[in-house]
Design a protein around this ligand. Sequence first.
Ligand code: IYR
Length: 226
Amino acid sequence: MGNDKIKTQPLAFNSQAKDEMLESASNFYNMVRSRRTVREFSDKPVPKEIIENCLRAAGTAPSGANHQPWHFAVISDPELKYKIREGAEEEEREFYESRAPQEWLNALAPLGTDANKPFLEIAPYLIVIFGEKFSFDIEGNKQKNYYVSESVGIATGILITALHNAGLATLTHTPAPMKFLNELVGRPATEKPYMILVTGYPAENAEVPAITRKSLGEIASFKGDD
Ligand code: IYR
């Protein structure tokens, strides 16, 4: 089958019988449907191995030309978390006080968010996710990356799902602009901050906004006879 010039290997495919497939699909949906974005975190420590394995899972995401254009900076140092909170709150104050149009503020009102971001210090881990506009091959040559935001978005989705599956809560946090994170975290200018994934256990008695999710009929359409 494959092209003579490229090395291939047999696909290790997990074949399942139809009943097993139905059960797998249903079990997975039941696992992910309980995920909620959390804004109240506990400071209870999380074993680092859990984070490491969830990051390994994120690193399996498909990516443009398989360049894997992502970097995950895992921050647990309290002083650095404090500095990230300071930087983020500065951006957020400007956002909430002047930059955000009224329509955006209205859309956020049901979430009850504001410029105060205590969770950036309370949660045990801040995973700062970067997209690499360029990477370096094994000989150190600079190579352009493709579909960076799509690739990093998929990896982030897998990471969020893996962390939820492992019993952790997350918050996708996007202070804008996020350039201050390069300097704080020590990442090169070829990397663009994508988001901060705040990670930990939820606070005891944490509350979340009452929301509903769109039904299958609202999010999908089917064309075909089956
Ligand atoms: N980055 C801001 C604002 C914000 C924007 C959206 I869209 C949200 O879904 C939630 C928040 C903040 O973190 O408060």
